[in-house]
Design a binder for this molecule. Structure first.
Ligand SMILES: C[S@@+](CC[C@H](N)C(=O)[O-])C[C@H]1O[C@@H](n2cnc3c(N)ncnc32)[C@H](O)[C@@H]1O
Length: 299
């Protein structure tokens, strides 16, 4: 299995997010019902606004999209489906490169934002495990920072291969959470230091070295190659980095919102100590895997 490195060191300041309201919707019955109907993990917390997501994770994923697209070797003019598109970090990069894009995500708020932001893109409300696209309709299927959250990652990757033409590309990336190289690692390190009894995101799919490629092989993807894609983001102030964690996005945001006020404050101060600075630089490294839909899968 070949191993490729794609990196980009980028200086980045995040716009003031102080007027972006978080939502305490986790555990909400209607959200659980919607998640169950779509066959999602019950602990997946993406019922948040696109703006909250942009502030929390989009500040890294919008930068990761370029090295990930390079890794996937997507060509201008090709037809690509962005699986687990969120509010569109990867779609934006693909469109910039002249790629024809379709997209799917199970979050109603993200699908609405995608349709608003990219009116010419065909965006479907669906999980990877049940893609509402015909067999072989795309030159490539890409999933950026999504396999972690699939209830059944092998089924999701197999679906990505199904909607890709024979010999088309299937590619994904997942943060290196186990190696503490995720952009959220300083937060989870602070949680561990306070001994709050929360394991964090280490149990998610594909977050250890080699796991993502193994999932690709289990899904029947051919000629799987593994690699890394990375960005490095400089934050000017602690509050700029911290505020998005209070918005309820993803497992970290949902966890933070469940904490009683004294623990929440202690966690904030521990995270400040973990980071040092400011300014400080947060490296963000993702495992990547790429392969091809074999004719066998398409048959
Ligand atoms: C970390 S975000 C990544 C979003 C976007 N790809 C990006 O790079 O910014 C994870 C996304 O996966 C979506 N998601 C969760 N479970 C999913 C599933 N089973 N299939 C597809 N997408 C899923 C969430 O709604 C969310 O948009």
């Amino acid at each position: 299995m070949a191993h490729w490195l794609f990196g980009a060191a980028i200086f980045h300041r995040v716009a003031d997010a102080s007027n972006r309201a978080g939502r305490r919707s986790h555990g909400d019955d209607s959200q659980s019902d919607r998640a169950a109907a779509l066959g999602l993990r019950p602990d997946v917390a993406f019922d948040v606004s696109a703006e909250s997501y942009d502030a929390f994770m989009g500040r890294y994923s919008s930068l990761l999209a370029a090295p990930f697209t390079d890794f996937a070797q997507v060509e201008s003019g090709s037809k690509v489906v962005d699986v687990g598109c969120g509010p569109g970090a990867l779609t934006a990069e693909l469109l910039r490169r002249g790629v024809r894009v379709a997209a799917a995500d199970p979050s109603e708020q993200f699908v609405a934002a995608m349709r608003d932001r990219f009116p010419d893109v065909d965006v479907r409300l669906a999980p990877a495990e049940r893609l509402p696209f015909a067999d072989g309709g795309f030159d490539a299927a890409l999933a950026q920072l999504v396999v972690h959250f699939m209830r059944d990652p092998v089924a999701g990757i197999r679906e990505m291969a199904r909607v890709t033409r024979p010999d088309g590309t299937v590619a994904a990336c997942t943060w290196d959470i186990a190696g503490r190289r995720s952009p959220l690692s300083p937060f989870w390190t602070a949680v561990a230091r306070l001994d709050l009894g929360e394991p964090g995101e280490r149990g998610l799919h594909g977050v250890r070295e080699g796991q993502l490629a193994e999932l690709f092989e289990a899904a029947g993807v051919a000629e799987v190659e593994a690699g890394e894609v990375s960005v490095s983001v400089e934050h000017a102030t602690f509050d700029e980095w911290w505020h998005p964690f209070t918005l309820g996005v993803g497992p970290a945001g949902a966890y933070f919102q469940r904490l009683p006020p004294d623990q929440a404050e202690a966690l904030k101060e521990e995270a400040r100590a973990v980071l040092g600075g400011p300014p400080f630089r947060v490296p963000a490294v993702a495992w990547a895997a790429r392969g091809y839909n074999s004719a066998r899968l398409a048959a």
